[in-house]
Design a protein around this ligand. Sequence first.
Ligand code: PLP
Length: 422
Amino acid sequence: TWELSNFGQHLCGGSGIGELMDDLGDALARGGDRICMLGGGQPSHIPAMDAIWKRRIQEMASTDGVLEQVLGDYEPPSGNLAFRQAVADLFSQQFGWPTTTDNIGVSAGGQTALFLLFNSLAGQMPDGRQKKILLPLVPEYIGYASQSVGGEMFCAVKPRIELTGDHEFKYRVDFDRLTVTDDVAAICVSRPTNPTGNVLTDDEISRLASLAEQHEIPLIIDNAYGAPFPGAIFTEATPIWNEHIILTLSLSKLGLPATRTGIVVARDEVIRSMSSMMSIVGLANTNIGQAITRPLIQSGEILKLSQEVIQPFYREKSLRTQQVVAEVFDDALPYRVHRSEGAFFLWMWFEGLPITSRELYQRLKARDVLVVPGSYFFFGVDESPWPHRDECIRVSFTMPDEVVADGLKIIAEEVARAYATA
Ligand code: PLP
């Protein structure tokens, strides 16, 4: 084998997110057989949304020159200008933000946007310092964990855990433990949060935004599931953006993950950096997602779809899944589910579980149920003993109801068995 550079050492050796995407791809490729794929971030196939994508492709194909241009032209690395204009207008009309095309950039998916943002802000600095991305609350999105190309990049704060009811809980940012030291390059949160379905409150977000502004660093808000689109958010939460905030969005959770389209909303210097990085790494972006959605964004139809189709679809799916949990889990077991406020997952906590979440994952995989072991989501925290980090799993509820229910029955059995044989 050939020798690997530092970059190669960081990126070539596999990762949690890589394993997860392999599992997801394999399970989807195997199609109708018995696998219960409750592991990935795959959005549901919502018939009304799939019909719109079909309609748009047909419209493009039947208008002379349109599909030819979409498939056949390189566009600027910052994205299609009319698309960026449509997004900027939507935000200024909808939220009153002072966004222009200079504040909107396109990337090859949100994942790539975050990779480029993190590595351009943090990691090894020219003067040798090592700068960090501060995660004010873990568990946080597994997809960030291996993104550094320059050494340890994340520092994270454990949450306050609020117990609500017999079988529910919610994480809160522990502001008493949160300090922004000189080596912090940016603060980052996903909202709604993957893996927990938590939605940081307006108060938490505004405190984080002031902290960031005070320290002259950006607050990165990863809005992959949030408002105004796709709108997989079940609580009241005010979208926020200003010059001190970098907001990332994506077309994936609308139902277009294969178009690989991310959107960055930020001050113009950040958009110029993104454009520079995109051109160096990948020349240009994919056009198809921008072309499919542009008229929906221009007309505002995207808002209606998000509020009237996507949001109720996932809200109801979450509620039905919680109902199944209540039915299949023995009430006497100390199980808890994070309050489901958005995104596509239930985050389950089994306090005092005698086996690790990885062992539970293996036992479930042996029974053809795929979940994600919770330990993956607790990166950037010190290694001191903290049982909680090994007592959780993430269960996606985007698959058909019967698949989710079958999977949960098996999860309940394996969890009960693990407690019983302790
Ligand atoms: N951020 C969060 C919180 C996610 O859950 C995901 C995907 O699951 C992404 C970003 C990246 O999505 P994409 O690269 O498909 O836009």
